[in-house]
Design a binder for this molecule. Structure first.
Ligand code: SF4
Ligand code: SF4
Length: 262
């Protein structure tokens, strides 16, 4: 009897494709993976597609249009396990900057015929629309975390994905704290691990591309940045509103420092 391999699908919504590229950059490990799963739908890799149902769906990108809303429900219905990958899919992405403005006004400023646009008021993560089994943060997602998540599912165990902060990665690498030692503003204390403390290893502060860590106090760090490092409210808003602007912990804190709140 032929053994059927689990079917893997990779989907794109509003995104830059960078997270799908991270999956492709697994290179040799991707070839090994392709021996144990059936890559049934992955348009960035192949135009050959197979109909669902799918055992695992990786979803890149945020939900920004009524059409997206319909499609994510269809994908959910066709997927046994759904994993949101990257800042767009887990927090709304950099396009969630529009959540802090009136989308109609932005459309009028950019497009000659804004009435032809069909967009939602906000750019939202996949989890705002359907149930998601796992979220892998980061802009882009860490490809090793993708591999770990898929390996764990194949082995029938929970993926081992860190939920601690970048600070822990700094300490593990023996890096000197850029904030305490050099006075560099740094979001590492409130940012989820996954990058191996890349920016601090180049003596730069973390700007939060992996999004908020699970149990951190963004307000406390921002108070430090304001009072000990002299960041003004506008700078705080800029620091918090990048790739994960729509992530709840960053969004709520940034709203506290908007001009209307001061
Ligand atoms: S999370 Fe970053 S790298 Fe991934 S699709 Fe979005 S913008 Fe691109
Ligand atoms: S911004 Fe922060 S989370 Fe992103 S690579 Fe740099 S140190 Fe890592």
């Amino acid at each position: 009897m032929a053994i059927t391999r689990p079917a893997l699908a990779v989907w794109k919504f509003a995104s830059c494709d960078g997270c799908q590229l991270q999956v492709l950059s697994l290179e040799e490990q991707l070839l090994t993976l392709a021996e144990v799963v059936d890559v049934a739908y992955f348009l960035e890799a192949s135009s050959a597609t197979a109909r669902g149902p799918y055992d695992v769906s990786l979803v890149e990108g945020s939900i920004t249009t009524p059409e997206d809303e319909e499609r994510i429900h269809e994908i959910r219905a066709a997927s046994r396990t759904l994993i949101a990958i990257g800042a767009c899919a887990t927090a709304g992405g950099i396009q969630a900057l529009r959540n802090f403005a009136a989308v109609d006004e932005l459309a009028e400023a950019v497009y000659p015929h804004p009435e032809q646009l069909a967009v939602l008021e906000e750019s939202t993560p996949v989890s705002a629309h359907v149930e998601v089994e796992y979220e892998l943060q980061g802009c882009p997602v860490d490809r090793h975390q993708v591999l770990e998540a898929l390996s764990a599912l194949l082995q029938g165990r929970r993926p081992n994905i860190p939920s601690h902060s970048v600070c822990v990665e700094c300490k593990r690498r023996g890096l000197v704290c850029v904030m305490v030692a050099h006075g560099e503003p740094c979001l590492g204390p409130v940012t989820n691990a996954g990058c191996g403390a890349l920016c601090p290893s180049f003596h730069r502060g973390c700007y939060g591309c992996f999004g908020p860590a699970e149990t951190t106090n963004t307000g406390s760090l921002v108070a430090w940045l304001r009072h000990e490092q002299g960041l003004g409210p506008a700078e705080v808003v800029r620091w918090l509103r990048t790739y994960n602007a729509g992530a709840r912990r960053f969004a709520e804190e940034s709203r506290r420092h908007e001009p209307s709140q001061r």
